[in-house]
Design a protein around this ligand. Structure first.
Ligand code: DGI
Ligand code: FE
Ligand code: FE
Length: 195
């Protein structure tokens, strides 16, 4: 692991000003949610700052990192450029920038798709990306209220929104996104059955 200053500069130099501002906002929101829900606020901040590290890197380079580090990449992953920066970013941080924290790795790796059985830190970063100060889509205020009331509910709403948007555009849904959605819905259904 290198110093915070080292990572901050490595992240900043790879991003446009707007994307770096987004990353600072996600870091702040992730730290706040971490305190609210009992996750490690410092790790949440670092993961939030790092989550989009390769988002502005040329797509062929992102894909090359996916191929290099992710031997089991499936067809959907390999054909959906929007998914590459999270997988490539996590591997890049781990293998090329010596960031050796497994919890931060997972939070970056799954920040776009989610997955079944996300850790608390993964959930915090996933939702921070939806509600950071720079987000202005219709419904963001409602998402912010969900995030303060229940992380689980916010995740279900976020995944519902993402899957609906992808369906409208006739895009494939990555298996981890489907698993994350089913996980969130089943969690709620089981809770209502069990009282
Ligand atoms: O990097 P950000 O813009 O901050 O946000 P993000 O990492 O959540 O990326 C959002 C993009 O990823 C958006 O264009 C939708 C896309 N996406 C998310 N889940 C899936 C997906 N695309 C496909 N094809 N399949 C998914 O499961
Ligand atoms: Fe992202
Ligand atoms: Fe982001």
């Amino acid at each position: 692991m290198k110093t915070n200053e080292f990572y901050r500069e490595e992240i900043r130099k790879r991003l446009t000003d707007a994307r770096y501002r987004h990353s600072l906002n996600v870091a702040d929101t992730a730290a706040r949610l971490a305190k609210r829900y009992g996750a490690d606020a410092e790790k949440a901040y670092t993961a939030g700052l790092a989550h989009d590290i390769l988002k502005d890197t040329p797509k062929p380079e992102q894909r090359a990192y996916v191929l290099k580090y992710c031997g089991d990449a499936d067809e959907i992953l390999l054909t959906q450029p929007a998914l590459w920066h999270s997988v490539a970013g996590a591997e890049f941080l781990k293998n090329e920038l010596d960031m050796d924290d497994p919890e931060i790795y997972l939070a970056v790796r799954y920040h776009t798709s989610g997955r079944k059985d996300m850790t608390l830190l993964e959930k915090v970063v996933f939702i921070a990306d939806f509600i950071s100060a720079d987000r202005a889509y219709p419904g963001v205020e409602e998402m912010r209220r969900y995030a303060d009331a229940s992380l689980e509910q916010a995740i279900e709403e976020g995944l519902n929104f993402t899957i609906c948007e992808l369906c409208k555009k006739h895009q494939p849904i990555y298996k981890d996104t489907v698993d994350a959605y089913n996980d969130a819905v089943l969690h709620r259904l089981k809770e209502s059955i069990n009282g």
